[in-house]
Design a protein around this ligand. Structure first.
Ligand SMILES: Nc1ncnc2c1ncn2[C@@H]1O[C@H](COP(=O)(O)OP(=O)(O)OP(=O)(O)O)[C@@H](O)[C@H]1O
Ligand SMILES: [Mg+2]
Length: 272
C-alpha cells in the first residue's frame, strides 16, 4: 500500500496562547487511498493536529506554523473563504460524539440538505439522490424514513453513521476521523471500523484515523504514526509498528494492550 501519490504532506508546529510547542515539527504524509492511524495518549496533540489541517485552530486560539500541501495547494496560505470551500467537500471531519455533533433540533434530512447545499448546486431531486446514496453508502438502508427523524430518535450507532454520511456527502479526498468510535460499544465500534474500511476500498477515500486505541488502529490502518507529547516518535507500516516497534514508547503502548496479542496476526484486520 501507499504507493500512490501523497494527497497530504505536512510539517506542523502549533502553539496555544497559554501553551507553546503543543505540536513540534509533526511531519505527516498521506497517500491517495491510504488509511493512516494517529495514536497517542490524551493530551498528546491529536485533535490539535486535526484542527490544524482543517484550518480550524483559531476556534481554540491556536496558531500553526509550517506547511501543509493538500492536493498540491498550500493550505497555510489560503484565506478563510478558500478553506471553507475545501472543508466539507475535499477534506472532511468526523468527531467522537455523534449526538453532540448533530443539531438536536433539526431533522436528519434538513441537516443533510444544508450540508449538500454548502458545496453543490442543483435540483431537489439531485440533492435527494445524493443524500440517499450517501446514506446507503454508510449502510443506512432505510434512508427515506430516517430523513424525517431527529437525532434523539436514533441509536448512537445510527447517529454515528449519519455523521459519516454528512462527512462523505461530497466524496472527500481525505476524511479525518477524530476518535470516531470512542463513544461506541464494542459491536458498534467494530461495525463502524468495517464501514471505514469499505469506504476506503470502494471510494478510494484516504482516511486519517485518530485514536488512543492501538488495537482499533491496527485493525484498520495501513500505516501508523505514534504521537507523544506533540512529537511523532515513530511512523511506519502497521506490520512494522506491531512486530518491530523501534521506540520504547511504542513498545510500552503495545505491552499495555488489555490482552496483548503477541502478533499482528491475532488482531482482527478489516482493511488488508
Ligand atoms: N485552547 C487551548 N489552550 C491551551 N492549551 C490547549 C488548548 N486546547 C488544547 N490544549 C492543550 O494542548 C494539548 C493537546 O490537546 P489535544 O486536545 O490536541 O490532545 P488530544 O491528543 O486530542 O487528547 P484527547 O485524547 O484527550 O482528545 C493538551 O495538553 C491540551 O491541554
Ligand atoms: Mg482529542
Amino acid at each position: 500500500m501507499s504507493s500512490g501519490e501523497n494527497i497530504l504532506s505536512a510539517n506542523i508546529s502549533v502553539d496555544y496562547p497559554g501553551k507553546k510547542g503543543v505540536l513540534r515539527d509533526v511531519a505527516l504524509d498521506i497517500a491517495q487511498g491510504e488509511i493512516l492511524g494517529l495514536v497517542g495518549e490524551s493530551g498528546s496533540g491529536k485533535s490539535t493536529l486535526s484542527l490544524a489541517i482543517l484550518g480550524l485552530l483559531n476556534l481554540k486560539g491556536g496558531t500553526a506554523r509550517g506547511n501543509m500541501a493538500f492536493l498540491g495547494r498550500e493550505l497555510t496560505t489560503l484565506s478563510e473563504r478558500e478553506m471553507r470551500s475545501i472543508r466539507g467537500r475535499q477534506l472532511s471531519l468526523v468527531l467522537q460524539s455523534p449526538h453532540s455533533s448533530l443539531n438536536p433540533a433539526l431533522k436528519i434530512g434538513t441537516q443533510l440538505t444544508e450540508a449538500w447545499k454548502a458545496h453543490a448546486q442543483g435540483s431537489r431531486v439531485q440533492c435527494r439522490r445524493d443524500i440517499l446514496s450517501a446514506l446507503q453508502m454508510v449502510s443506512l438502508l432505510d434512508g427515506e424514513s430516517l430523513l424525517n427523524r431527529r437525532p434523539s430518535e436514533l441509536s448512537v450507532g445510527q447517529a454515528q453513521r449519519v455523521l459519516i454520511a454528512l462527512a462523505i456527502l461530497h466524496r472527500p479526498v481525505l476524511l479525518i476521523a477524530d476518535e470516531p468510535t470512542s463513544a461506541l460499544d464494542m459491536i458498534t465500534q467494530s461495525e463502524i471500523l468495517r464501514l471505514f474500511a469499505r469506504l476506503n476500498r470502494e471510494l478510494r477515500m484516504s482516511i486519517l484515523f485518530i485514536s488512543h486505541d492501538l488495537l482499533a488502529v491496527a485493525s484498520l490502518c495501513h500505516r501508523i504514526a505514534i504521537l507523544k507529547d506533540g512529537e511523532v516518535v515513530e511512523c511506519g507500516s502497521t506490520e512494522m509498528i506491531f512486530n518491530h516497534p523501534e521506540h520504547s514508547y511504542t513498545r510500552q503502548l503495545i505491552a499495555a494492550l488489555p490482552a496483548a496479542p503477541a502478533r499482528l496476526e491475532e488482531v482482527v484486520v478489516y482493511s488488508r
